[in-house]
Each structure stands twice: as structure tokens, then as C-alpha cells.
Design a protein around this ligand. Structure first.
Ligand SMILES: [Cu+2]
Length: 509
């Protein structure tokens, strides 16, 4: 049975059983956490503040985790003094295959370290700015009650550290971020993370918990343009993101970094949105969230397909897994998912459940090049830059790119689909020469065309989002596969054809 049925029963029963038992009761039973929105009023006078008195016991050093990991539950039933040590570091990390970006981080990762405390805890917060940093930084935690959320108390120059203390009065999932001017720039560079203030009775237990946070990034370079990608202030002001990402990198939650779970498990995602600009329409393809504590607050909604996460906001999403396979996390503003990187994968293993879902995986089509390893593409790009690119490099990179970009229509074996998609395998069209093939890829093809004596009259969309390198590699792979005659397409040939083509500005790469 789906768990939410049980939850409904609890939601109906609990308001009677726990009437008048508000947040301030540290011994409130587990079920009182997260009543469904309907019919679950409690008399807190609109306030959810919980001050359970002075901290008890020895101070506790908070366990901080890097994404996608979440620290264990505090497991405490009393307020404690919790010490948080967070280090700011400015680091060069991969934002996309073969592309680096200088991130400013809380704890060396984007998003920053996950912090977990309990409502009523007294938090002694130490912000340490690494001596190698070039910038001063501070921190505004949305879970702090007090001016600036800590920002005014934590302005910290490189090589310095600051300390302030706050009492975590409100339960919830909160964003923290740097608030040093220019604030937008510090946030755009990755300076955000999540702090969970557990309700006194803790979160309902689940099998797996993960930490996912969306952010938008602005670079002077194009999407996936290899090399170092510098921050672009004007694009940030224009809210014209180059990348929209989960956990700061296109590969943070894909390929070998996909998060994993098993059939029968209940999974919880702590999802934040650092922004700085974009609102997330957070969706998990192939699943329905049984519960969403929307906006990171106290009530949950049930049976949610897509939950809106504001910039500087968060949500907690629970779901039970019935069917194995790959589930895709996206921002359902879909060009962000498929053209700016806002995509992650949850791999679920376990026995098939054919009554619920009949099978047939569609990974390759849905995921595009996310389904294939992009390592050969990065290798070829590096070799191209170094002037050592071999035919073999090009073919391998082209194969990986073909799988995500062309195989949907022309099929992985290049044979196409009768009457709809012409073949690339042993196609007589290839004899038209490199310039025409480049032209087809960059500008698309439509209208009547004859391939190997068969007539087609369909539309191939332009693939101008591919870089010159990528077009050269895909076509070189095509020429050297499936019994085709061989040959080579160079980046310079592609550059030339592109330069000679008039396209609207939006279509230019
Ligand atoms: Cu900063």
C-alpha cells in the first residue's frame, strides 16, 4: 500500500489526539510532524517558534556533509549547543565536461555543506575564510531570527574567521547564502546551501535522504564551450543563464554520480534553489511525490507532480519506489533541463513490477547525451586545443555525441526509419561532400530529398547548439561507421560553413 494512504489516516486522527499540542512541546509524537494541509489546524497563533530553554549537555560538533549526502538525524529529544565550523573556499571545479568555473563555496562544494540541527538548539556558528581566498564573504541563514540572518556578524576577510550564536527557533528547511556585495555575484558563484532545523520529534524516518540544490550560472562563454568559463555580470543582470544546474555541475548527478536507491525504499529529497535569479519547477520524471513539504515549511501537500521552489527557498519531497529504472530530476522549464544542464538521475534497482509498469526503457532518447559518457568528448576537445587530435579521438567523441544528438531519429545503427528518417549507414547523400553534411547539421534539412533511391519529405531541425568541434566529430564518426567510405571533417571546415550561414542571433552558438 502506498504510504500516503496511511498518512491521510494519521492526518485525520492526529488533530483530535494532539489538539493544543503545538511545536513548543519537545515530546510531541512523531506523527504530529507534517500534517496534511487540509483539516490540520493547531493553535499556535500563527507562530511556530520553539524555545525549549537553555542548551543541555556537552556542546556537539555538527556533522556537515557534501552534496548529495545528508547528515544523520540529530536523534535528540533535548535542546543542545551545536558548534558549526564552515570554511569558505574559492575553487576551480568542473561545471561541464571540459569546462571549469571559479566557484566560491561554503565547504568546497556547490551547494555548500548541509547543516542539520534541531529546533530549539543554540548554534555557535564559525565562518572561516580560507587564506587563499581573494574575496571577503559572510553568511545569511534563512533559519536565523535576527537582522541579516547572521550576515552583519560574519563579514570575514580572507584568512580570518567570525563567530556568532543563534537559537534555531523555527523548524524547517532553510537556504543559507553569502550576502556580501555584490550579493548576486557571490550567489551566482555558488555561495548557497541548506540548513535543516528538525522539528522536536524529528523528521519521519525514510530509507534514503539526498541533498539537491539548483542554481543558475552566467558565463562569458557559450554553454559547453570548452576551457575556463568566466562569470558574466551582464548576463546575470539580464537573467540570461548559460547553465542551470543541480549541485553545481552537469555531471553532479549523472553518469557515475547518479544517486541510487532500490525498489521498496522511500526516498526523501531535500531540495533547495540558490538562484540567484530563476525559480525552479522541480519534477522527477516517472515518479509522483507522495508528500512535499512545500517551501520547506511545516505542512505537506500530497501527490505532487511538480513543485515550485523559489530562488532562496526549499522543499522536502518524499516518494516510495515501486518500479526499477532511471528517474530523471529536472527543472520542468525544459530548455533548462535539456539545453542548460538542469538534469540529474536517480537509478533504482530491484525486481520489475509489471503490474504497475510494463517495462521498455527509453533512457537514451529521453536523456540524450546524458545517457552516454562524455569523457571521449572532453578528451577530443583537449587534443583539439593542443593540436594533437587524431582520427580515433574524433570517432570516439563523435560516437558519444551521436548517441545523444542524432540516434533518436537516425537510430543507433544509422539505418534510420523507413519512410521517416533516412539512413546515414551507406547513404549515397554522403557523397555530396563535407560542406553539405556540415550544412545539414547546422541548418537542418526539409523538403523532398532522395536517399538511396527512397524519397523522404520530412524535417530535420537545425543542430546549431553543437560546437564546431562537436559537429566535426559527429560527422567524422558518421563517415567512419556502418560500412561508410571513411573520411574526416575538421573543425575549421565547420567554422567556415557556420560563418557563411545567416542565422538569427538566438540560433548562433
Ligand atoms: Cu561571498
Amino acid at each position: 500500500m502506498k504510504r500516503h494512504l496511511l498518512a491521510i489516516a494519521i492526518a485525520i486522527a492526529i488533530p483530535l489526539a494532539l489538539a493544543g499540542c503545538g511545536r513548543e512541546n519537545p515530546n510531541a509524537s512523531l506523527e504530529s510532524r507534517g500534517k496534511a494541509t487540509a483539516g490540520a489546524e493547531t493553535s499556535t497563533g500563527g507562530s511556530r517558534k520553539g524555545d525549549f530553554g537553555p542548551p543541555q549537555g556537552e556542546p556537539i560538533e555538527a556533522i556537515l556533509t557534501s552534496p548529495p549526502l545528508v547528515p544523520p538525524a540529530t536523534g535528540r529529544d533535548y535542546p543542545a549547543k551545536v558548534v558549526v565550523n564552515l570554511e569558505v573556499r574559492e575553487v576551480d571545479l568542473e561545471i561541464s565536461e571540459g569546462v571549469t568555473y571559479t566557484f566560491w563555496t561554503f565547504g568546497g562544494t556547490v551547494p555548500g555543506s548541509f547543516i542539520r540541527v534541531r529546533q530549539g538548539d543554540t548554534v555557535e556558528f564559525h565562518l572561516n575564510n580560507h587564506p587563499d581566498s581573494k574575496m571577503p564573504h559572510n553568511i545569511d541563514l534563512h533559519g536565523v531570527t535576527g537582522p541579516g540572518g547572521g550576515a552583519s556578524s560574519t563579514f570575514t576577510a580572507p584568512g580570518h574567521s567570525s563567530q556568532f550564536t543563534f537559537k534555531a527557533l523555527n523548524a524547517g528547511l532553510y537556504v543559507y547564502h553569502c550576502a556580501t556585495a555584490p550579493v548576486g555575484m557571490h550567489v551566482a558563484n555558488g555561495m548557497y546551501g541548506l540548513i535543516l532545523v528538525e522539528p522536536p520529534e524529528g523528521m519521519p524516518p525514510v530509507d534514503k535522504e539526498f541533498y539537491v540544490m539548483q542554481g543558475d550560472f552566467y558565463t562569458t562563454t557559450k554553454y559547453r564551450e570548452k576551457g575556463h568559463a568566466p562569470f558574466d555580470m551582464q548576463r546575470a543582470i539580464d537573467e540570461n543563464a548559460t547553465y542551470v544546474l543541480f549541485n553545481g555541475s552537469e555531471s553532479a548527478l549523472t553518469g557515475d554520480n547518479a544517486i541510487t536507491a532500490s525498489v521498496g525504499e522511500t526516498v526523501r529529497l531535500y531540495v533547495g534553489n540558490g538562484g540567484p535569479n530563476l525559480v525552479s519547477s522541480f519534477h522527477l520524471i516517472g515518479e509522483i511525490f507522495d508528500k512535499v513539504w512545500f517551501e520547506g515549511g511545516t505542512r505537506y501537500q500530497e501527490n505532487v507532480q511538480t513543485t515550485l521552489i523559489p530562488a532562496g527557498g526549499a522543499a522536502i519531497a518524499d516518494f516510495h519506489l515501486e518500479v526499477p529504472g532511471s528517474y530523471v530530476l529536472v527543472d520542468h522549464s525544459l530548455f533548462r533541463a535539456f539545453n542548460k544542464g538542469a538534469l540529474g538521475i536517480l537509478k533504482v534497482d530491484g525486481p520489475e513490477n509489471l503490474e504497475i509498469y510494463s517495462g521498455k526503457e527509453i533512457d537514451a532518447v529521453y536523456l540524450g547525451d546524458k545517457a552516454a559518457s562524455m569523457e571521449p568528448v572532453a578528451t577530443a576537445a583537449a587534443a583539439s586545443a593542443a593540436g594533437t587530435l587524431t582520427l580515433d579521438d574524433q570517432v570516439k567523441a563523435g560516437q558519444a555525441l551521436f548517441a545523444g544528438t542524432c540516434s533518436t531519429c537516425h537510430q543507433p545503427d544509422g539505418k534510420g526509419m523507413a519512410g521517416v528518417f533516412p539512413p546515414l549507414a551507406q547513404s549515397d547523400y554522403l557523397a555530396k561532400g563535407n560542406a553539405e553534411l556540415i550544412n545539414v547539421v547546422l541548418n537542418g534539412l526539409s523538403g523532398p530529398v532522395t536517399v538511396n533511391g527512397q524519397d523522404y519529405n520530412s524535417v530535420m531541425p537545425p543542430m546549431s547548439q553543437l560546437t564546431d568541434d562537436e559537429v566535426a566529430n559527429i560527422l567524422t564518426y558518421t563517415l567512419n561507421s556502418w560500412g561508410n567510405p571513411g573520411g574526416r571533417v575538421t573543425k575549421d571546415e565547420v567554422t567556415k560553413v557556420r560563418a557563411g550561414t545567416e542565422r538569427s542571433e538566438g540560433a548562433a552558438h
